[in-house]
Ligand binder design. Sequence first.
Ligand SMILES: [Zn+2]
Length: 184
Amino acid sequence: MSLSVPHALDTLGWLSAAQRLPSPNCDARPQGTAIELIVIHNISLPPGVFDGDAVIELFTNQLDWDAHPYYQGIRGIQVSAHFFIRRDGTLIQFVPCSLRAWHAGVSSWQERERCNDFSIGIELEGSDDLPFTEAQYATLNPLLQQLKQVYPIRAVVGHSDIAPGRKTDPGPHFAWQRIDERMA
Ligand SMILES: [Zn+2]
């Protein structure tokens, strides 16, 4: 038996400490695939706007595509990360870790393609232009520790690391030195 863990994951990979908002934008991982990678992203919708629920609506296929001109460029996309950390540190989970969330798109890590197969995606509410908040790091670090206790995580990387030239997030303001371990 392990020592008691304050924010346990259940057998499907739902974290008890997170607000749960199930997304349909996921499916089964390939059979026998270990979860070895954590991918850090940033997102805000419209970009740079942090006070609404558009990201939640996007990840749960409830976004009104006509509500903002920016949404025309992403109309119809079906995406979700496993986790979303809001500016105030609130943690929301859309997909249980045992399932494959659709967060990374075309990607490769150490010559392995399709990172969604073997990764967990964490979105930080933010943009490439602004620092993330203290509250976000205060939520992110225990989450990373929890995930590393349960899954054989080998690295924590940025979306830009696995989709260079196509993705820039989490961007230059993400303070990698503020997370406890970044295993290459
Ligand atoms: Zn991303």
